[in-house]
Design a binder for this molecule. Structure first.
Ligand SMILES: [Ca+2]
Length: 95
């Protein structure tokens, strides 16, 4: 189940997109009756076809703004040589 404030109901994995990952997460609990489980999008306590319909309605949608996978990631590395000199490399990487 997406966290409070998420814009897409079916974004179970909370990565900003509704894809096979969300379908797989829902399928893990298919026909399981239990409260507060991932995939129970209508929150009736059972993961079934009604929830699959809700997932299909959001299929391949993404929340506004760039998906998490496209946000820049900062990579930082430090290295020391024999003299104790420190080298630092920072890089911003995007997909
Ligand atoms: Ca349900």
């Amino acid at each position: 189940m997406p966290p409070h404030g998420a814009s897409l109901l079916a974004d179970i994995t909370n990565d900003g997109l509704v894809t096979m990952k969300d379908f797989a997460a829902q399928a893990l609990y298919w026909m399981t009756a239990q409260s507060r489980q991932p995939g129970d999008l209508n929150r009736d306590g059972l993961v079934n076809a009604a929830d699959l319909v809700l997932l299909a309605e959001d299929w391949l949608k993404q929340k506004s703004g760039p998906p998490a996978a496209d946000l820049p990631i900062e990579i930082e590395a430090k290295a020391w040589d024999f003299d104790g000199l420190v080298s630092k490399i920072s890089e911003l990487v995007t997909n």
